[in-house]
Every structure is written in C-alpha cells, then in structure tokens.
Write a protein that binds this ligand. Structure first.
Ligand SMILES: [Zn+2]
Length: 378
C-alpha cells in the first residue's frame, strides 16, 4: 500500500495501469489495494480525458473529502496552527504572538483552547482527523518525545511534549525539531517532491537545518544531523547555547546579527540603516553575507544537496543579496558541481514549520497507512 500511495503522491493523478508499470505488482493486487484505500477515504477516483484520442480514463488521487491533518509550530516568539487536507492544501491557518510567555504552562494556556476549537470545528463539519504534528525548537529525545535542552526556550527542558499533546487532544501525535519539520514541508508538499537530496535552512532567532538524503530525513545518532546553525564559523568566537564557540548562529541569527551592530535593536532598524547606506550597518551586512557564504559552502560540501532552501524570519532581509552570495559560494565549490547548485526560497514562508508538522503525519500515512489508521481508532 505504501508503494501505491507514494506513486500517487509523486504524480498526483495516476491510473491503475500506470501504477502496475511503476510498482510492478499485478493488476489484480493493485485493484484490490486501491479499492481498500478508496474505502478508507484515503484515495478517490477522478475521471480524466486522456491525450488526443479523447478516451476517458479513471485516475487515482488523494481524497481531500474525509481526512484533515493539524500542524502546530510551537515557536519561541510565535505559535501557528494549520489545518491541511491530504492534497497538501492549507485550509486554515491561525497565528499568535507568544512573546513574553515563559514556559509550557503559560504557553498551553493560550494554545489549548485554540487547538481544541480547531479540532471540534473539524469534527463538527464531519471530517476525521488523521493526527497532529508539532514542530518545536530542538533537540528532542525521539524515543520519549521529550524536549531536551532547547537554547533560548526557558522552562521547556525535559518537557514531555509529545505525551502532553496526546493527552490534551487525544490525537495521534508526532513531534520534530522545527528546522526538520521545515525540511519535511519541502519534501512532501514543496520543491522537494522531485528532489531527493536537499538541505532546508531556517534563519531566525536561531539557525536550524534539516537534511533530506535519498528522499529520507536524516537524524543522526543524537538527532543533531543538519544542525547547520552550530557549525563553527568564528574559531574563537562567542559562546553558544550548544556549548561550542563561534557557531554560525552566534553571528548569523537575528540576535547574532544585532549583537554585531550598535545602531539599533531590531532587524527592521538595521534594514533602514542599510538603505541609508550607514557604514556600520553596511559592514554588519557584509559580515553577515560572508558568514552565510562560508556556511553554504560547508553545507554543500558536507551534504552534497541538489537544492538548498532558505527560509525563516531573516530571509526577507537577506533575499535581496542572494544574487551576490550565490556566485561567491559557487566560486568556492568543485568546478564540475558548482553550476548544479540551486539555492531557492522555502515554499511556505512563515508557515513552513507548521505545514511540515502536518507533513510528519502525511509521511507516516505514506509509510505505514494501516498502522496509522489503526492507531487513530484506539
Ligand atoms: Zn552552537
């Protein structure tokens, strides 16, 4: 079943005959399995007129009429909830400013009624909820679904987030590092659909990364794979929350950039000063781009992706200068590989992490549909 769902995800609309060609199962087996998936409300048949002969063909696609997925982005300064269907369409999105809220209790006081409200609206409209995903600042202990010691997120150390969400809302729940959910959003619903090797970089209050290699998200031994914000960029630089010195995050995140500029305290102010061509602001920008250039070269050499995606709250500031950064990065790469590198903005803007949190459930559905649906029934 997983192979069938993946085939349909890749091509969106596929006929049974095409599935037989792609997957190599007999047409009888394909017919039985797709029948079952249609009964379950996962797939539906759509009629399409095929090619120049004008013959009618029955195409299979995901059914957007029964299931909904809820995605949460539990951020340091903001919270977002999205509702998605099985086609990856964002049906609803709600955001809240969470600045000044300390710790899980205060946080849940705001989000519990919001999520409960969205959940009951979905159910009242007759839909079923496949599950709930959440993106959070990592690192995470995946076995227990516990946050470890997220930097700049006081009160959340050792917090059993997955269990708390499950208990509160009674849904199948998956959690992951917010940078990794952002990579999942690309992999399942965005530009990563046709790209097997990609690195997604989120630039904001911190710098996070998610690595997709051969189509799979890579976690590493400690769940730290792709933590590109913690690559050493300044050898004897400032202490970082991770224990290292001079990480990219200490100089390239929002606080890292503002810490190198004395002319103001927000990114918007810095942007203004750059427009006015104030020398200190221009120097700060030039250093920021230099750090990014080095980081992107390292990312490219370490992970060898086809595509590097950049997003997060800092992206709008940096996007104007990418035209300059890209050739500088390329000049430092292997000659035969440099022209193949693509650097693109992430697909879902600020909703990237919440969409990716929903994508965790979609990925689970594609990998183990029967298990997910039986967990739902419990
Ligand atoms: Zn660090």
């Amino acid at each position: 079943m997983s192979e069938i769902l993946k085939g349909i995800w890749r091509y969106q609309q596929v006929s049974r005959v095409e599935l037989v060609d792609q997957i190599g199962l007999t047409s009888g087996t394909i017919t039985n399995l797709t029948h079952e998936l249609i009964q379950l409300g996962i797939l539906r048949e759509n009629e399409a007129i095929s090619g120049n002969v004008g013959r009618r063909r029955v195409m299979l696609g995901f059914d957007p009429r029964f299931y909904r997925i809820i995605g949460l982005d539990i951020g340091r300064s903001s919270f977002e909830i999205v509702v998605m269907d099985l086609n990856g369409t964002i049906l609803q999105s709600i955001e809240r400013d969470m600045n000044g809220l300390q710790g899980p209790d205060a946080y849940f006081e705001v989000i519990t009624p919001l999520v409960a409200g969205v959940k009951s609206d979905i159910e009242a409209a007759g839909y079923k909820i496949l599950g709930l995903g959440a993106g959070v600042p990592g690192p995470i202990d995946y076995d227990s679904g516990t946050l470890l010691a997220p930097p700049n997120f006081p009160g959340w150390s050792n917090y059993p987030l997955q269990k708390m969400l499950e208990d509160q809302f009674g849904l199948v729940t998956l959690i992951d590092d917010d940078a990794r959910t952002s990579a999942m959003a690309e992999r399942w619903y965005g530009l990563g659909k046709n790209v097997n090797n990609l690195v997604s970089v989120t630039l904001g209050m911190g710098i996070g990364g998610g690595v997709v290699t051969e189509g799979k998200i890579v976690r590493g031994t400690n769940g730290l794979c792709g933590q590109v914000g913690h690559m050493t960029i300044v050898l004897d630089g400032k202490m970082c929350g991770c224990g290292n010195r001079g990480c990219w995050e200490t100089v390239g995140s929002i606080p890292g950039i503002l810490g190198r500029w004395s002319g103001g305290s927000t990114i918007e102010e810095l942007q203004g000063a750059i427009k006015r061509r104030e020398p200190e602001a221009l120097r700060c920008l030039e250093d920021t781009l230099g750090f990014m250039e080095a980081a992107l070269v390292n990312i490219q050499n370490l992970y060898d992706p086809e595509l590097i995606l950049l997003g997060g709250r800092l992206y709008p500031l940096l996007s104007d200068y990418l035209v300059q950064v890209k050739p500088r990065v390329q000049s430092r790469l292997y000659a035969f590989a440099k022209d193949r590198l693509r650097i693109e903005p992430s697909t879902f803007g600020n909703s990237q992490s919440a969409v990716g949190a929903a994508a965790l459930l979609f990925g689970f559905l594609l990998a183990e549909p029967v298990r997910l649906l039986s967990l739902r029934e419990k």
